[in-house]
Design a protein around this ligand. Sequence first.
Ligand SMILES: [Zn+2]
Length: 541
Amino acid sequence: MSERIYIDCYAMVGKRGQKDVETPYETEALLEEMEWCGIHGALIAHWVAKEYDPMYGNRKLLHELKKSPRLYGAWAIMPSHTGEMPPPKDLIKEMADNGIRAAKMYPRAHHYFFNEDACGELLSELENHEMLLLVEGGLMYGPDVLEPSNQVLLSELEAILTRHPNLPALLQGSRWESTRYLHALMTKHKNLHLEFSANQPNRALEVYAGWFGSQRLLLGTGALDKSPGAAKAFVDYCALSEEDKQNIAGCNLARLLKLDWLPQSYNEKESDDSILNLAKAGKPLTNILVIDAHAHIAHDDAAGVGFMHQPFSDAKNMLDRAKLMGIGAMCVSSWLGIWTDYEDGNEIVRAAMRRYPNFYHGYATLQPQYVKNWEADLRKVHELYKMQGLKPYYPRTGIPYNDKLWAPWFDYGNRMNAYALLHPSPNFAAELNAIAPKYPNLSLIIAHCGGSFDTARQGVEAALKFPHVFLEITFTSVTYRVIEFMVKHVGAERVLFGTDQPMRDPLPQFGWMAYSHCTFEEKKKMFGLNMKRIIERVKKF
Ligand SMILES: [Zn+2]
């Protein structure tokens, strides 16, 4: 078997408007991180071509491409009718002359119709040359709601692919909400390919490979917003064959770009961080304790819950997945309990705890809008069922954490030195300021602090104020360098590894931390030792 070559199909370089001051953006930073992770090549596009003027940005991209033979370029293009772009034939020739192997279209951001009338001639020209077309889209919520990137609608893409069956297309930036739509699209259009930087449903690579084979799935990182190590671990740790992994890692993109040379391997040297070495080898962390501080669970044989396709989300399947990474324990709340029905939900968690003792630690769920007898419910979940965690959940109860409806539970949790996992609410800082001083013995774990540098800053502020506040990382955004940022400001003792599995596949979340630029000792604390201490201080009944 030949060496696995990794080529990232989704990285952006250069300046743009909105960017956090902490987010790296230079090509040199991308190249350094590629070497850190062992990613051999990358297909890059320039932010200026997206946000300012395509051809101006495309020329800047040519300059960036000169910095390394590991880089391949995608030009931003659009129809030529308004005289801003060369006519399709001339454009394709210019691209070929400059070694550009892929085209990217941003119809919404650039304000033109993504349909046959506006784009047909251009798309036919791409199709004739079998040049790869990149588009960003696949959010359930459509354009303009979640992201200002003005995504292509899947319905538009579907019409275009129908008219251009030989045009190789790659959908970037899709998310897990779109699984059922994407299944239909990919079933119908054999020319559609998918990358997974923002699309991280449970076992996504195995599921999509099972549906469509591995030839249409690609490694995409979303660098430098996202951690490239997260995307790499997604491929390395998944349960597919070596051949499938090679396809996804680089072979498929090499084929689509018609590469006549592959990027060279690195002169790998062993790091003194054994976690990083194991991650690069795709092996479980058997040398340290790993506890997932933020996970969920669904009923046996569940395949889709809470509006979404969500397979392999029961106790047995999650345990199997955990073994791939060496996760030795998992703190779970039931999806049902936070979502719809807390009583049934607690039964699911209890069953998992009894079946796999010491592996599953339960977060109890209580919905104040349904609780009739607090004392009876509290005794049941915490004394009888032995759940040591609390999972109050604002997004599905709409009840702020400082509302008196939660108070009996927090009081009880405070008396037992329990831990509570808090998903931030819109007014979270004020709510936390109100409850944290009242319950000094309740470990308060803020969920999703790694979502962005802004959420990390809010977490840092709270952690500096209250010694019993901890910052849990999980989010699909796998924000590049944000774990390092939190460690720098509050210390590794206050940061916790969590995945949100089985909603999110745990592999990218794992890779995000394993590939972070923290020391071995820091990673050891975040991966397990901190949560172990939090669990051990809970009073036993
Ligand atoms: Zn969660």
